[in-house]
Design a protein around this ligand. Structure first.
Ligand SMILES: [Zn+2]
Length: 459
């Protein structure tokens, strides 16, 4: 026992190695260090105690992330819950930091939010969390937030309230507390709410989507270098919009399809069909049509040398392939003038005018350059089906609303064009149009099967 009441065995346990009694002086010194680190505190009598009693009383005391992670039950429960739900260690750690920042700044213990009740005893966590986050926002904006010492105070991300709100909401989820979808301006709206629908008009036109395939075919090897180049990048860029896939799913897909023949309105049609296309993010299986000549040509090419295998050989992780693919897309967007050349620089060394704000087109092209292709596919199929959201959703969305709100909103101008159909009601100057539109899916299939002829010119 030291004079301050803590046994050498207990101290050894805290430190993770045996401590001998004769090292009393050293022990006191260590106890003082632990106190500074927040792992021990002194009670009124001057004895060292483990501060968990404080935490059990649901009163928040300022602490470091390391201490909070080990001692705050709500944080531990959040971390376990997030892990079970497949979150990465990195993203869990980022959110834990945000949780500690909020609690340290507002002095609120998580249990005060999770167990908040109205006077009549009803659950009140939404109101409580809203109040806490309003208080937090004010302190954050006036420079009075207790940011983690590692986070850069000028960092744009560290100043975004929504990421803190999101972390707090996720912690509440671990206790079964659910939240409605908030409008973007609400303080509890998270990343999704905040940008929900903000990018639903972003898509490449048919000509620009074909241009991306041609650009990568022509310049890809020079951009990446022989060692990192694979022709699969060309194939994947052509197939991702046509099949409306996510990035990882097209890269994990094993090439397999059947060529189908059918007849619509007394016209022969031919297309390629993929059944059971697996979407790892949502764990769903979908059917996909490959109809346009370019996509069908690419599918035929890849099937000649990688049938039953992934489009690109996987020596490394999907992430490294994605990184290179992103680079190719970025170079394409630079060549179009959508992005400035300075996006080639790392975020840290970019000039201010090259750090894009969320909800801007450039932000999306910069951050989600490949994903633009999924949006492109959603728009393409909507144009092909006269915005038949039910049909398009069956190719890759569980609900029509997400497709409509997030991926492919129809503008009022597009609605005026709904009678135009490259097959049955072609525009006067089809070549001048950036994208093709059809009055129904079958007319797109007929048009592409007959080599791109309208009904009038066909007869
Ligand atoms: Zn038509």
């Amino acid at each position: 026992m030291t004079m301050n009441g803590m046994g050498s065995a207990e101290i050894g346990e805290q430190l993770g190695y045996a401590v001998h009694k004769s090292q009393c002086q050293r022990i006191i010194q260590i106890q003082n260090e632990l106190t500074v680190a927040g792992k021990l505190s002194k009670n009124e009598g001057g004895s060292f105690v483990i501060p968990s009693q404080n935490i059990d009383q649901h009163k928040w005391t300022k602490m470091t992330k390391e201490v909070a992670e080990m001692n705050v039950p709500q944080f531990k429960k959040f971390a376990e819950y997030a892990k079970v739900n497949g979150r990465t260690q990195q993203s869990i750690s980022t959110e834990l930091s945000a949780l500690v920042v909020v609690c340290n700044t507002t002095g609120i213990h998580p249990s005060e939010i999770i167990n908040a009740k109205t006077i009549t005893g009803e659950e009140n966590y939404i109101v409580k969390l809203t109040e806490v986050m309003m208080d937090f926002k004010e302190k954050l904006q006036t420079g009075n937030a207790e940011l983690n010492k590692h986070s850069n105070h000028n960092n744009h991300e560290a100043k975004q309230v929504r990421r803190y709100s999101q972390a707090m909401r996720h912690m509440c989820h671990a206790y079964g507390r659910q939240f409605p979808r908030f409008p973007p301006q609400h303080i509890l709206s998270g990343t999704k709410g905040d940008t929900f629908g903000a990018y639903n008009d972003i898509a490449l036109t048919d000509k620009l989507a074909e241009g991306a395939v041609a650009f990568i075919e022509k310049n890809g090897k020079d951009i990446l270098g022989e060692k990192h180049w694979d022709y699969g990048f060309v194939i994947a860029t052509a197939l991702m919009p046509e099949m409306i896939t996510r990035t990882e799913s097209i890269l994990q897909w094993k090439v397999e399809f059947q060529t189908e023949h059918d007849e619509y309105e007394h016209n022969p049609v031919e297309y390629d069909f993929v059944t059971g296309f697996y979407e790892p993010k949502t764990k769903d299986y979908w059917n996909k049509f490959i109809v346009s000549p370019l996509a069908r040509k690419m599918l035929k090419t890849i099937s000649e040398y990688r049938m039953g295998k992934t489009i690109m050989p996987f020596n490394k992780s999907t992430a490294s392939i994605e990184r290179r693919w992103s680079q190719l897309m970025k170079e394409y967007y630079i060549s179009l003038g959508i992005l400035p050349e300075t996006v080639r620089l790392s975020k840290k060394t970019r000039p201010d005018d090259c750090i894009f704000q969320q909800k801007t087109k450039q932000f999306f092209y910069d951050e989600r350059g490949i994903y633009v292709l999924r949006h492109t596919g959603a728009h393409q199929w909507c144009r092909w089906t006269n915005y038949d959201y039910g049909f398009v959703a069956d190719l890759g969305w569980k609900d029509m609303n997400t497709l409509k709100e997030v991926y492919a909103g129809q503008t009022i101008k597009q609605r005026l064009k709904q009678d135009t159909c490259f097959y049955c009601q072609p525009p006067m100057n089809p070549d001048a149009m950036e994208s093709k539109v059809f009055c129904k899916a079958q007319h797109a299939f007929i048009y592409y099967s007959n080599g791109g002829k309208s009904k009038v010119s066909q007869n």
